[in-house]
Every structure is written in structure tokens, then in C-alpha cells.
Design a protein around this ligand. Sequence first.
Ligand code: SF4
Length: 468
Amino acid sequence: MINIQTDRRKNTYSAYHIAKAFFPEEEIEVTITENGKTPSDIYLQLREETGRNLPWGMLTGVRPTKLAMTKVKEQMPKEAFIEWFGKERFVSREKGAMAYDIAARELQLLKQAGIERDGQQASADGMANAAGQPGTYSLYVNIPFCPTICTYCSFSSGAIADYKDVINDYLDCVFRELDAVRKFCGIIKPTSIYIGGGTPTTLTPKQLERLLMKLRNDFLAEGREFTLEAGRPDTITEEKLRIAKRCGVTRISINPQSMQQKTLDAIGRHHSPQQIRDAFRLARSMGFDNINMDLIMGLPAEDVNDVKDTLVQIGELRPDSLTIHSLSIKRASRIFHQTADAQTVEQMLETAGAFAKELGMQPYYLYRQKGIAGNFENTGWALPGKECLYNILIMEEIESILAVGAGATTKMVLQEAIPAKEGRPDKQTKLIRIRNVSDIREYLSRIDEMIARKEAAFHPGEKDLKKQ
Ligand code: SF4
């Protein structure tokens, strides 16, 4: 147990996560004392004691590009930003440059999509507005079922076999939430739709068709992005892909994580690299021209050569985008002690990033997770024109995300009026989170409450949000 002393309550969160980043396997206790240190002093002390710099310095948040985005909008030059990030937050030059480049790319893509206009969000008077008027938003649907549960999983997914009896009820509840969203948004269609989980393609063809048809009929606008995660190749069939195509899905994700059979076995994914190749080629042959693949660096018992071999195999498939994750491990996970050290993960990330560049991809979004191996990051890479807008929107929190399903979190970006003061805008952005319960059966039994919470947030004047 390591005890960290900080100076005030509001610093306990940062103090805890800075210490945890240095000592991921240790229990950390934070106490507040008169002589306790500020987070930056804690970082500097631990850096001195361990002789280690953390790549993201004292940053504990999951969205380092948000800060970079602010500076890019203020037109701070790249070199000045890297200096500033290093001095203020102790972020390495390499990560500072990465954050800046990605923020600049995100801004460009948001402008192209008409969501950002020269420093002003198009959604500013959108969903946004505290009077409850709907504006631009994206829609997320959570399908929290998987064929088996991966040993490293940090989502609240359930094995499909345990829920077969309630899947149709689950979809009924999702539809009720969707109807509430539709009632609120009226004719306004989302900027993007994302079906994640879980593995949505664990649904039977009939269930999948029911869901996709509902989304197509009620929410999909011509030419908009519509992503279906089809993560596990053992859930992908020609019939399901045909349904997805017919219902307007524009982007799918087939996630190998690794192309090493020993690794797939070790992490509880009951499929082979050949099944990944087959599923990918099938989707391609059926006209899917935007296929993402997720990879994880730092999986148990993998070394850099395993990663290199995986990349060669992925290169043969030519995906349109790659999401390169650093392994994030739930506390006390049983694979914690078999994972790669920070230096190895760093090498893996560099190798994978260089490979994505070779394929002609550019990094376009980035986020971090708690407990991530080596305190690194997850980065989305894509060929030009194949970026996922939803991924940027969820990271930068500039448009409301209306989310349905167990464990889904709606994030409403509100513009609220603030007292006029010279030299500052008369509105400020406020974020309201509405979390659905994660437990699947509890979600079913409490669906009325989930809908009531949403409706209260949609019409804040009618109900007191604090009571939720
Ligand atoms: S596929 Fe994803 S959501 Fe499903 S168990 Fe594995 S890590 Fe969890």
C-alpha cells in the first residue's frame, strides 16, 4: 500500500491516478493533510524517486486532445504547444506533437462535416439548448452481448448464452428508449449512428434486422455515417452482412486484437485468425468499403515479434482504419501479471503506428483509459475519407450523444446563458450525463425509470434533474 498525501479534496482524484500510473500494481491510499502536495508536486516527486517520466506526464484525463484542440483553435503554433504541454503537464515532446496533430486533424474533419465553423460549433444552438430544443446529435445503441467474455474485458457485457431468453425483451426496451429519443428530436436525424457493445452481431439475423430496420426507418438520413460493430468474426455471417448492407450500414468493425492463435486462446476469444480473414474478405466482397480493425498492444505473453507478425497479416487484408489500443486491465484482473512492461508496449505502439502510416493512414482520434498498460493511449488511424466521425464526436464532447441500452451513457452538450461580461461569450457549454444501469436484467426491470431520466433531461424545466 502506498500512501499519498495531497493538499485538498479536489486533488485526490488526480493524486490517486498519478500514483497509480507510476505503480499500477500497488494499492494507493490518498489522504488530505495540511502539508500535502499538489498533483504536479506529486508527479515531480514520483518522477524523481522512480527515475521515470510518464509519456503523458501528470495528465490523468481520458481526452488529452481536448486541451490540444483548445490551443489549436487559439492558433497556438505546434512547437509552442509542445513546449507548453511539456512545461505545464510534463507531457513528452512526442505525445505533445501527437496530441496537436490529431487535434488539428479532428478540427479539419469537423469543419468538413459542418459541425465546427471557425471556432463555433454548429451545434451550439442545438441539443443543446437548455430550453430543450433538439439540434444536432449522434445516436449510440448498446448491445451488451458477446459469444464469450474476453479475459481483459472492462465492459459490462454478458455471454449471449446466459441471456438468450431475454434478448427480444431487451430489444423491446431499446425500442422504447429510441421512441423517446425520436419524440424529442422529431424530424432531426443524427449526425451519426453507432451500434456498439458488446458484439451487436451476436444477435440472430432476425433480431439484427429488427434493430437495423428500426434505426434505418426512424433515424438514418441519406449519406450519414452508420457503424455496426461486428467485433467477433465468429458472429459474422453472409446473411447478417446482407441485412446490414440493406439497412444502410456504412461502416463495420471486425476486431482481431491479435492474429496469434495462442493469444486468442489465452484471452478467451474462441475463434481463429483464419476466421478473421474469412469474415473480412466476405465483408469486402459484399461491398463494405469502410472496415475498421481493432488491435491491442500488450496482450498476455505477446512480444514485439508477435505484434509484427500480426501487422503483416493485417496488412494483407488492407483495412480502411485501425484502432490501436494499449491493453487496459480491470483492477485485479487475472491476466495482470502476464502483460508486457511499459518499454515493450511503447515499442509495440511505435511499430504499429509506423505500420499504419505505411498503409497510408493518419491518426485522427485518441483517448486514454484508466489502468492502461504503460500509461499509454489508444489511437484511431484511418485512410483519408475513412475516419469515423462518431469517434471524434464522443471524444471531443462537442455534440450530444443520445445513448440507449444497458450501460449506455447519454451525454448532453448544453449551451447555457451566463451573465454578460465584456470580452467573453454570453453562453457556456455544460455537459449532462445520464447513465443507464449496466446490469442487463436490472435494465429490463427499470426501463420506465431509464426513460423517465432521459425525458427529464430533454425537458429540464419540467423535472428537477437533481432528483435523478
Ligand atoms: S468482445 Fe469486447 S465487449 Fe465482448 S467480451 Fe470481448 S472485450 Fe468485452
